[in-house]
Design a protein around this ligand. Structure first.
Ligand SMILES: [Zn+2]
Length: 274
């Protein structure tokens, strides 16, 4: 013990001694290497929140890119694989696709429909699919949340599509807002269309902590599930959902734009645009 202490004194004393050269002094003045800034999370409320207990007022950056993810795309055959839906779990229907929950099947279809509609409307919007359906290591760079966190750190907006469990397990439609970097007007706009969860839902979920907002489209049961499962209604159901999401995203984006830009986005001239 004593020998270690003495050895340490020896190491520490050398650069500060009178014989320290110019390089030593410069070296000691070098700023610390940059540490990756961890997003600051808001504190948890004293009692768990109910309903919308947040206001999204952080403006989007101009031409902010939007990334859309399909919830549970990297977590099949493990905890957190998403809801099987009422038709499969209670009704005994066959899953839409072997190897994945019906929720993931519809998350994928919906995310793709949202991106297709967004691109039709001229948004800078893309879809990311990890492809690998089971990634156990949360730090793996291919996961939804790793790619989402990277996108958000560069100033983009990330939304992950979900369907909620059927009653009495699910809650229903709503946006669960990303909690780091402040609440966004994008989430505020989605809240107007779909409703909202408290920001501290279940003690703040993993995705929102990673700056990934989660959009619950609705419970996977009843008319919504039937509309998705019925081949004759499927495309119309997906398109209707996609239009609702994209309209809300447009509204969020417009809040960060000067009026003339908003008018152009709506395909109108400033004089008759309000
Ligand atoms: Zn989900």
């Amino acid at each position: 013990m004593r020998r270690i202490a003495l050895a340490l004194v020896g190491v520490l004393a050398v650069p500060l001694a009178a014989e320290a050269g110019l390089m030593d002094i410069l070296e000691s003045m070098k700023p610390a290497p940059p540490v990756r800034k961890e997003p600051q999370l808001p504190p948890l409320p004293p009692t768990p929140g109910r309903g919308k207990n947040w206001v999204g007022d952080r403006m989007p950056k101009k031409d902010m890119p939007i990334l859309v993810l399909a919830g549970h795309a990297d977590s099949q055959r493990m905890y957190g694989s998403g809801t099987p839906g009422r038709a499969v779990d209670i009704g005994g229907a066959a899953p839409m696709q072997a190897g994945m929950t019906d929720e993931l099947y519809w998350n994928l279809r919906t995310a793709k429909a949202v991106v297709a509609e967004g691109q039709r409307q001229g948004l800078e919007i893309t879809f990311y699919d990890p492809g690998v359906r089971t990634i156990r290591n949360g730090e793996d760079p291919r996961t939804n949340w790793s790619v989402g966190a990277e996108h958000a750190a560069k100033g983009g907006y990330v939304v992950e599509i979900h369907y909620d469990a059927y009653a009495p397990h699910g809650i229903g439609a709503g946006i669960i807002p990303a909690v780091a970097f402040g609440f966004s007007v994008m989430d505020e706009a989605l809240a107007k269309e779909f409703g909202a969860y408290p920001y501290d839902y279940r003690g703040m979920l993993g995705a929102p902590r990673k700056v990934v907002s989660m959009l619950e489209i609705g419970m996977l049961e009843g008319a919504l599930e039937a509309g998705l499962r019925d081949p004759s209604q499927r495309e119309a159901t997906l398109n209707q959902i996609a239009k609702r999401v994209v309209t809300a995203l447009q509204e969020g984006l417009e809040q960060g734009q000067p009026l003339d830009m908003v008018c152009r986005m709506r395909g109108r001239v400033a004089a008759d645009c309000s």
